[in-house]
Design a protein around this ligand. Structure first.
Ligand code: 1HE
Length: 264
């Protein structure tokens, strides 16, 4: 472990150029207050400066219990709007930044915690993880980007069910619903997320940037517009000096081959 630092709400350490960012308010199940959001914003900026990828996890028994409900009582409508827009801006810094984020999920991944996880690029859950959107039970609505990101991952029908009925998904169910991409044994999510982050960090930076920024935007475009944009990004990335070197390394048999699963 190198450069381990802890600030209010978040721990940060750099391992193999991967930033490990830990939500650190376990006594409140990592519920996100206004100050907590600002700490996340500062940590996003630091990771962008120093790391090639990020592993995001939660300290204690849960990833994140969502919005700090204690703080949310007695807000004015405009304070609510500003708060929600701030979550949008900070989470957009994750989703549309320059480096891949992998979230390692365990315990409760609920409300704003699920919205935070949905703004990362790959989600790994251990078998203790459970997923819910209890906003309806609290008399509120998603405000951290869930209606866009969770609905796109799981589909509007599933998200509607979760919000109307309080349905809670276990890790395997969340994998079937496309909310998470990997399910691992209890306690293994952070190790698996680090392995995936290292794999992503070994790619060309410009390819990673294109994957995390172009792919979601292209999904929002008409088919022909998407194909048009794709051709420019393909050409731009393929004509960099780094691409030339990586392509040559493959042709000179200096680069690893793609291997079938289960072979070494
Ligand atoms: C909290 C919060 C919170 C816990 N805000 N304080 N999120 C929710 O509706 C989920 C609410 N939380 C829970 O359902 C449970 O706490 C958990 C399933 C996550 C964990 O259960 P457990 O038994 O381990 O912990 P606990 O005893 O319920 O909570 C421990 C303490 O954390 C307790 O405080 P204490 O002073 O009595 O010790 C809880 O009050 C506190 N705590 N969760 C504030 N969320 C941008 S819009 C997003 C909208 C949403 O996120 S809505 C969903 C909110």
């Amino acid at each position: 472990m190198a450069d381990a630092t802890a600030s209010n709400f978040v721990t940060y350490e750099l391992r193999d150029e991967i930033a490990h960012i830990g939500l650190n308010r376990p006594e409140k199940r990592n519920a996100i207050s206004d100050r907590f959001v600002e700490t996340i914003a500062e940590t996003v900026a630091r990771a962008e400066d120093e790391a090639k990828a990020v592993v995001l996890y939660g300290h204690g028994d849960h990833f994140c219990a969502g919005l700090d409900l204690a703080e949310h009582i007695k807000k004015t409508p405009m304070e609510g709007v500003r708060g929600s827009r701030r979550w949008h801006a900070v989470f957009a810094g994750i989703e549309h930044g320059t480096i891949p984020w992998i979230s390692a999920l365990h315990g409760a991944v609920v409300g704003g915690g699920l919205e935070l996880a949905a703004s990362t690029h790959i989600r790994v859950a251990d078998r203790s993880a459970f997923f819910a959107l209890p906003e309806g039970q609290r008399g509120i609505f998603v405000g951290g980007g869930g209606s866009v990101r969770v609905a796109r991952l799981a589909g509007v029908a599933r998200m509607t069910d979760m919000m109307l009925t309080g349905r809670v998904a276990a890790a395997e169910e969340a994998e079937r619903w496309n909310i998470v991409q990997y399910v691992v044994d209890k306690g293994e999510a952070r190790r698996k997320a680090h392995e995936l982050a290292c794999a992503a960090a070994s790619n060309a930076e410009i390819s990673n940037y294109a994957v995390i920024n172009a792919l979601p935007r292209i999904q929002d475009m008409a088919k022909e517009d998407g194909l048009f944009v794709e051709s420019f990004i393909a050409s731009f990335t393929a004509t960099t000096p780094e691409a030339e070197e990586r392509l040559r390394a493959f042709l000179d048999k200096r680069a690893a081959r793609v291997k079938a699963p289960g072979t070494s």
